[in-house]
Design a protein around this ligand. Sequence first.
Ligand SMILES: [Zn+2]
Length: 103
Amino acid sequence: MPCEKCADLCVRYPIRQPNDLLKAIKIAKQNVEDGTIIELPDLESINQNSFATVASGEAWGDIVEYNFCCSNCSERFSLHAETYHGSGGYWEPKNKSSVRENL
Ligand SMILES: [Zn+2]
């Protein structure tokens, strides 16, 4: 179960267009900055750009995939999208049963 701190992030947020991805990145960035979530380094990541690069407003790669965990309860979150073909993706908790609601 997610804790109170990250409960607001336990939503399945669909990313269908660049604007959705921008919003998801912005929300993740704010939560990283205020310490709610921590970016999990992924050495096998297929990302072309680090989250810090993307969050600072530079272009993202064709595949966006970042993982985060709650600093309080270790709930894990995934921000993933395929931007090249525009098939989109999701911001979502890794654990599907933690999803509070579908947006
Ligand atoms: Zn939590």
